[in-house]
Each structure stands twice: as C-alpha cells, then as structure tokens.
Design a protein around this ligand. Structure first.
Ligand SMILES: CC(C)(COP(=O)(O)OP(=O)(O)OC[C@H]1O[C@@H](n2cnc3c(N)ncnc32)[C@H](O)[C@@H]1OP(=O)(O)O)[C@@H](O)C(=O)NCCC(=O)NCCS
Length: 204
C-alpha cells in the first residue's frame, strides 16, 4: 500500500475539502447552509474554505495524499484559538453568504452555547478520508499527525466533537484512545438535522 503524506492545505484544495467538511459536519452543514435555493450547501462550503483566516478555512487545514492524490483532510488548531477564529468567521459572513448571512448567523448563534474545545487542548475541528480510501488506516494516521501537532505546541490533550449518530466515527475515536467527556442533545429545529454530539478527549 502506498504511504500517506501530509502537507499544509492550499485554497485550491476545495475538491477534497468540500466532501470532508460536509461529511464531518454531519447535519450541521445542512442546518447552517440549507434554505437558499440559489446555492447548494457544497457551494457555500467551497466559498467558506477558500477565504482564509477563520475557523473553517484552508490555512488551518492539512491535506493527506497518496501517490500525489488528495485522499483526506484534517482541519485543526490549538483550542485557545477558537474564539478568535469564530469571531473572524462571523465577521466574514456578509462577504461569504451575502443576503443569506443573517440566516446563517441566526442559525450559528443557536450553537454558540455548545462547548467545543478547551484552551489546553489541541482541537480536531474536522477530519475525513474520502469514501474510496476509508478503512485503510489513513484516518488513524491523520489523527496521529494531529496528536503530533498537539505535542509540538506542548498541549497535553487532543479533543474533538462528533455527531452522536456517527457511530462508526465514535468507535474509530474510541479505538484510538479518545473518551467521551461530555454529551449534548440538541432540541428545536437543530434537532431535525443532528440529534446531538459527544465531546471526546485523549490525554497524550
Ligand atoms: C472517521 C474516518 C475519518 C475514519 O477514517 P479511516 O481512514 O476510514 O480510518 P481507519 O482506516 O484508520 O480506521 C477505520 C477502520 O478501519 C480499520 N482499519 C485500519 N487500518 C486498516 C487496514 N490497513 N485495512 C483494513 N482495515 C483497517 C480500523 O480497525 C478501523 O476500524 P473501526 O472503525 O472499527 O475502529 C472516516 O470514516 C471518514 O472520513 N468518515 C466520514 C467523515 C467523518 O465522519 N468524520 C468524523 C467526523 S467527527
């Protein structure tokens, strides 16, 4: 099997970024970005990834490649950066979503009281391996890379949030040593898209 290589992402990496962001965000991507008949959710995700400097952009991402071909992506950063990156994201909403910005902001506000990460952990915001390349150990390699990033900045823990309905991903993280430390059940309109999530943490 060809080895996996990992490199910093570029704004042009949308072809791998969009499916990874959509799959890893689960129902939340549809909750945040659906409702505009002019633009698909994936078109919003592509625009979001290409504009740098916020919590879902290329400049916080790494691309996993096999034989020079992108097969997956990791979007991660120290947890202490999340508030500044979130503010940067909100400030870019008018540029990103134009007339849909108020709707996206309104829906995103409903998520703000859901704890995602801690200041002393390295946060795996999004990770995904393209469907044709799953179950070959690449996801585990990308998680090991994230843990190396954590150690490089002297953070003692790695953490993430996962859709409680994504049982395969929960099992995958448990096998890698992650433990559920908090669970939240969503209600209202949001619950129609995702029932809730687990926060999982591993001490390195
Ligand atoms: C979750 C995800 C990242 C895992 O990536 P992956 O590359 O399939 O992960 P791995 O191959 O390392 O491990 C997956 C399984 O394959 C098995 N496996 C690992 N290496 C293997 C190999 N060489 N051959 C066969 N199977 C292997 C593992 O035992 C593991 O089993 P488990 O799920 O029962 O723990 C991937 O399924 C994915 O992208 N899902 C969609 C997006 C998503 O849900 N992201 C997470 C949101 S928080």
């Amino acid at each position: 099997m060809s080895p996996l290589t990992i490199r910093p992402a570029r704004a042009e990496d949308v072809d791998v970024a969009v499916p990874v962001l959509h799959d890893s965000m689960g129902g939340l991507a549809d909750y945040l970005y659906s409702g505009d008949p002019r633009h698909s959710v994936d078109r919003y995700l592509a625009r979001m990834f290409k504009i740098g400097g916020h919590r879902f952009s290329w400049d916080h991402s790494f691309i996993a490649e096999v034989d020079g071909r992108p097969v997956g992506m990791l979007l991660s950063y120290p947890g202490r950066e999340i508030n500044a990156l979130q503010v940067a994201f909100i400030l870019r909403l008018p540029e990103l979503y134009r007339w849909s910005a108020p709707r996206v902001l309104w829906r995103a506000a409903g998520l703000l009281n859901a704890p995602e990460t801690d200041a002393d952990e390295y946060y795996v915001s999004n990770i995904g391996i393209l469907p044709g390349f799953q179950n070959r150990g690449y996801g585990a390699e990308l998680m090991a890379f994230a843990e190396d990033q954590a150690r490089a900045v002297h953070l003692p823990e790695c953490g993430l949030s996962v859709d409680e309905g994504n049982r395969g991903a929960v099992r995958f993280y448990e096998r890698l040593g992650y433990k559920i430390v908090f669970s939240k059940t969503f209600s209202g309109k949001l619950a129609r898209y995702e029932s809730g999530y687990h926060r999982m943490v591993k001490t390195l």
